[in-house]
Design a protein around this ligand. Structure first.
Ligand code: PLP
Length: 227
């Protein structure tokens, strides 16, 4: 089914939108099946799980980290991670920079924004993002590159609200682009949309959609930070 699911989703995505196949909690064999169907971009939300899958699977996979990242786990992902979607503090960004420097890498990152109504979701607001980007400490960071924004909508059936939250994230992207990144073509990513709402996210300008259960089937246990 994984192959069929992937093909169904791919036909609905415009070119320019990257499908991040969220394989968290799923076995290596499922990831391999998606890989064999041509998928190369995968998302994980636990550092050790991602490390283990990276070690077990083909090395041309692009691994995206999409979950809350603890600073003591950064070392497990930095040598190979393609994009970290979930930067939600200056401290985390500085810690990523420090580890990336050890590996002589520049690691691409997104700023995660809190766009949902729920209190529990991680993420910055616009003021916090400006504080981070204005800080002298940020300007010293040479081993991270901010490439855009990420957000998770409220867990609700109200698609009007979900759309509004995606529009909000797009507006945040536009604001930061004009204030800080106007001359940086690499600041171009809007990561939003999951299995239940990715078509709306695409309509609202997503460049990366993070789809798990629609590809791999329902997960049998809940993971922190997830609905
Ligand atoms: C689990 C997860 C997803 C994918 O969720 P599905 O509803 O299974 O598509 C997307 N983004 C983040 C941050 C997640 O934790």
């Amino acid at each position: 089914m994984i192959k069929e699911n992937l093909e169904k989703i791919r036909t609905t995505l415009p070119s320019g939108v990257t499908l991040v196949a969220v394989s968290k909690t799923k076995p290596v064999s499922d990831v391999q099946e998606a890989y064999d169907a041509g998928q190369r971009v995968f998302g994980e939300n636990h550092a050790l799980e991602m490390r283990d899958k990276h070690e077990a699977l083909p090395k041309d996979i692009q691994w995206h980290f999409i979950g809350h990242l603890q600073t003591n786990k950064i070392k497990y992902i930095i040598p190979y991670v393609t994009l970290i979607h979930s930067i939600d503090s200056a401290n985390l960004l500085e810690a990523v920079n420090k580890e990336a420097k050890k590996h002589d890498r520049v690691v691409d990152c997104l700023l995660q924004f809190h766009i949902a109504q729920e209190e529990t979701k991680f993420g910055l607001d616009l003021d916090e993002a400006r504080q981070l980007l204005d800080s002298e400490a940020f300007k010293q960071l040479e081993n991270v590159r901010i490439c855009g924004v990420m957000g998770m909508a409220t867990f609700t059936d109200d698609m009007t609200q979900v759309r509004r939250e995606f529009q909000h994230l797009h507006a945040l992207f536009d604001t930061l682009k004009s204030e800080y990144f106007a001359d940086q073509p690499s600041f171009k990513e809007i990561s939003m949309g999951m299995s239940d709402d990715y078509p709306i996210a695409v309509e609202e300008g997503a460049t990366l959609v993070r789809v798990g259960s629609k590809i791999f089937g329902a997960r049998n246990y809940q993971v922190n930070g997830e609905h």
